[in-house]
Design a protein around this ligand. Structure first.
Ligand code: FCB
Length: 455
């Protein structure tokens, strides 16, 4: 399926790389930064592999200028990064910390000097711990705090930021952070996760409204991690399980954002499992559906689902399966399926006909090592990126309005509960020395950008 794709993307297509604050910055106690839920989580013994924390990470807070040269040398026109909320509002509300604002101002200004459009994510999971102590995302008040923080950033950088993203992957925060407890804040409570998902969406809408009120006009959107959900077998039970699971991961977010309502089937399922959904107030859905300008899509791997067998433990009635035997997988065991990526994008276009799309993350974990000649060869990552970039080209051919693609990630970084054990970067980070070594995939990406398509 990889032949016959156009070797050029549309003029003006934006190529980029992505990072997030907690994963790269370090400097957690500097310049007035407050504690975040990821500081608290990673410092709790047993929650992150190897006891790793983001205390130092890639030391990007000090090495940002050097890192920016690496981005510029890629030739990209887009850099997606996030602002650490606790650097701006260390206590979650109150007076903004100017030193935090200054850091991002320097970064944005330097990007613009290089002709790189800054895409700023306001919330990439590092909620101020003070807000967690006040109830976190399950508490409605957190939505108002987010809108206030967003407004601070709009006023500080709104004249220069080219794209705003409210949240990164609310499903991960709600489901993995509040239902399974594998990410911060480590809560295991389905009702809490439902409340969290609603307040994340509500706060997105409130921030969009706050942005419109400023009169600024850069595109504003949200980033969702969407799963192309594939039934394990062709049987009817697995097909139904896949639809239900799609409601859980995808439609619970897409429908309110683009249709102003939660999907009926998922609503019914969630009430059966979690009890009455009684925390939605009149007007909330209208706020959530406030028109936005683009949707950011993060894609890594399809989600293979089958119906749970009788007696098999499953809260919702489905089970997420391992890749099919013989399927291509990354070093982390995630199935590699570029066709699923095309299918997802085409489905978004068909079912939602939403706003223009940007791929805000896509990439692969590889067991990278420094070779005896000092270089890092990552052919599997190149093959992954090549396949998924071609998948984007096929989606564009099919009519999808896709405007940009960001590889995850610029450099290896703190991979949440996996700590530093998983490498996603096109630049290798030697953590003991903080030396950056561009991998062969970095050169590949340079060639993609230069050719405006697969080289
Ligand atoms: C996404 C996150 C990102 C990174 C990648 C691998 O879920 O948004 O921060 O960890 O996965």
């Amino acid at each position: 399926m990889t032949a016959e794709v156009p070797d050029r993307f549309p003029d003006g297509f934006l190529w980029g790389v992505a990072t997030s604050a907690y994963q790269i910055e370090g400097a957690v106690d500097e310049d007035g930064r407050g504690e975040s839920i990821w500081d608290r989580f990673s410092h709790t013994p047993g929650l992150v592999r190897g006891g790793d924390t983001g205390d130092v990470a890639c030391d990007h807070y000090h090495r940002w200028a050097e890192d920016l040269e690496l981005i510029a040398d890629l030739g990209v026109g887009l850099y997606r990064f996030s602002v650490a909320w606790p650097r701006i509002l260390p206590a979650g509300s109150g007076r903004p910390e100017q030193r935090g604002i200054d850091f991002y101002t320097r970064l944005v200004d330097r990007l613009l000097e290089h002709g790189i459009a800054p895409m700023v994510t306001l919330d990439h999971w590092d909620l101020p711990q003070a807000l967690q102590d006040a109830g976190g995302w399950p508490a409605r008040d957190t939505a108002a705090r987010f809108a206030e923080y967003a407004d601070v950033m709009f006023r500080a950088l709104g004249d220069r930021v080219r794209f705003w993203v409210t949240h990164n992957e609310p499903w991960m925060v709600a489901a993995i952070g509040h239902r399974l407890g594998l990410h911060a804040p480590g809560v295991k409570d389905f009702r809490a996760s439902l409340r969290a998902s609603h307040h994340l969406l509500l706060s997105h809408g409130m921030a969009v409204q706050a942005y419109r009120a400023t009169g600024l006009s850069a595109p504003m959107g949200i980033v969702l991690n969407l799963f192309q959900t594939v039934p394990h077998t062709e049987g009817e039970a697995d097909a139904e399980a896949a639809i239900a699971s799609d409601g859980y991961t995808n439609r619970w977010y897409l429908d309110p954002l683009f249709r102003g309502r939660y999907p009926d089937d998922t609503w019914g399922l969630f009430q059966r499992v979690g009890g009455p959904i009684d925390f939605i107030e009149p007007g909330d859905l209208l706020t959530i559906a406030a028109p936005m300008d683009f949707l950011g899509v993060n894609f890594y791997s399809p989600r293979i689902v089958r119906a749970a067998g009788s007696g098999e433990a499953s809260e919702f009635g489905w089970v997420v399966e391992r890749p099919h035997p013989g399927a291509r997988v990354t070093d982390a065991g995630w199935e590699v399926d570029p066709d699923a990526f095309t299918a997802l994008l085409v489905r978004l276009h068909r079912d939602y006909d939403p706003v223009p799309l940007y791929i805000t993350e896509n990439g692969a974990i590889c067991d990278d090592v420094i070779g005896s000649d000092g270089s890092v060869h990552d052919p599997d990552r190149i093959s992954y990126l090549d396949g998924h970039i071609r998948a984007c080209a096929r989606a564009i051919q099919a009519g999808v309005e896709l405007r940009g693609y960001c590889a995850w990630s610029l450099m290896d970084n703190f991979e949440w509960s996996d700590g530093y054990s998983k490498r996603f970067g096109v630049v290798y980070v030697d953590y003991p020395t903080q030396r950056r070594i561009p991998k062969t995939s970095y050169g590949f990406l340079q060639r993609v950008v230069a050719a405006n398509g697969p080289p």
